[in-house]
Design a protein around this ligand. Structure first.
Ligand code: ACO
Length: 379
């Protein structure tokens, strides 16, 4: 579409700057990303996810005392209600966990003690409750669909350790916990991506944070966005062995099919988060004997770069990392939710501080104006 009338149309909002933000900065020219000014790689390597969650929600890295108070407040909110567990029990076993957690968050909104209060202060407290309760609900969904009882959260465990405890009943060795914790940091925030923009759009109508997060989860599910981490693992399994990787890519590219975990709207020469995630993936593969996935990944990345000039995105190393940790594939995107709730909440709070209804225009290309023919005369 390049006629004069449509020159102002930005399909997919490509290149459109929709608002200002102080939460994160994506710098495609240097393949870098900062959260409130801090390089994401340094945060992933040097901080626990709880510190990063605090940074996103409060604007500064916490002091030890602030972190202790934040951890205590989060741990105290981890429990989910009996009513929610009963609702989760009713979900069809074949339901996708993203649909389940989306519905669970919507339900949490109805139960929230400050449900109808949409003030900034109440929203900040609700954000903490969502951050604390979402992992518990996700783990409960994982257990219930296998006919197992949910495992209660342990307040004395860190955020990452507690997720393993609630999924598997045990906490793995520190290197595995660190890799998971780093993945949470890398997934936490990425400016105006589709789900965050969805959360901001909902917030711009003055709807509450549970409504915004429910909608954001819906947007994250799609395979062009968060759903890609699941699609990557299905793809690696389909490829099966390193020997088949080149032939598999040939076939995909010949059919102009998308190769999941590659490409990015903003980064054109590499996703800032990939080297850090790949480092932790490689460590998990060494500990869990997953070298096959590394070799297939290496060949796919090499071929995509050589033949299409396209680099992998974060989902490419994250998918196999979660797989090697023992998570079922359809829980990969819900784990992304457990992290991104922090970025979404930071944006919801930012949108609230300086709100203007988000309402773009469209260029009409349908039928010209015409007369209504009454039903009796339409044949
Ligand atoms: N596999 C094959 N070809 C690709 C891929 C891919 N993964 N990504 C882009 N291309 C091709 C496009 O087909 C297009 O080719 P063409 O010019 O011949 O038509 C060209 O590269 C440019 O791509 P765009 O369409 O401009 O990319 P866009 O910015 O619209 O989309 C997106 C970005 C959606 C991420 C895309 O790269 C994609 O679908 N990737 C696969 C899904 C994925 O991994 N999503 C995760 C994103 S990151 C995240 O959510 C954490």
């Amino acid at each position: 579409m390049n006629d004069v009338a449509t020159q102002g149309v930005h399909k997919g909002l490509v290149g459109v700057v929709a608002d200002v933000t102080a939460v994160s900065k994506v710098m495609p020219e240097t393949n870098s990303l900062t959260y409130r000014g801090y390089p994401v790689q340094d945060l992933a390597d040097q901080c626990r996810f709880e510190e990063v969650a605090y940074l996103l929600l409060e604007g500064e890295l916490p002091t030890r005392r602030q972190l202790n108070a934040f951890r205590k407040a989060e741990a105290a909110e981890r429990g989910i209600s009996r009513a929610l567990i009963r609702v989760l029990e009713e979900f069809p076993r074949k339901a996708h966990p993203m649909d389940a957690i989306r519905t669970a968050v919507s339900f949490m909104g109805m139960e929230d003690p400050e449900g109808r209060d949409t003030s900034v202060e109440a929203t900040r407290r609700k954000a903490l409750r969502l951050y604390a309760k979402i992992p518990t609900a996700i783990a409960a969904i994982a257990r219930l669909r296998k006919g197992l009882r949910p495992i209660r959260p342990k307040p004395e465990l860190g955020f990452a350790e507690n997720i393993f405890h609630m999924f598997f009943g045990k906490v793995p060795e520190p290197a595995i916990v660190k890799a998971f914790d780093a993945s949470m940091t890398l997934y936490a925030e990425h400016s105006f991506n589709a789900s965050t923009f969805t959360a901001r759009t909902v917030t711009s109508t003055q709807a509450d944070i549970h409504a915004a997060v429910t909608a954001a989860i819906a947007a994250l599910k799609g395979p062009l966005h968060g759903g890609a981490n699941e699609a990557v693992m299905h793809m690696l399994k389909q490829v099966g062995t390193p020997a088949r990787a080149r032939g598999w890519i040939d076939d995909k590219l010949e059919h102009r099919a998308l190769v999941m975990g590659f490409g990015h709207r903003v980064y054109r020469s590499g996703d800032s988060r990939v080297p850090t995630m790949a480092k932790y993936r490689d460590e998990v593969a060494r500990l869990r004997g997953g070298e096959k996935w590394l070799e297939i990944s290496r060949i796919l990345a090499e071929e995509m770069l050589a033949r299409k000039g396209i680099h992998p995105n974060l989902d490419f190393p994250a998918g196999p990392t979660y797989y090697m940790m023992g998570f079922e594939i359809d829980f990969f995107t819900p784990l992304f939710v457990a992290s991104r709730i922090t970025g979404w909440s930071a944006h919801v709070l930012e949108q609230m501080q300086d709100n203007r209804l988000i309402r773009p225009l469209s260029h009409y290309v349908g039928a010209a104006e015409r007369k209504v023919v009454p039903l009796r005369a339409r044949g």
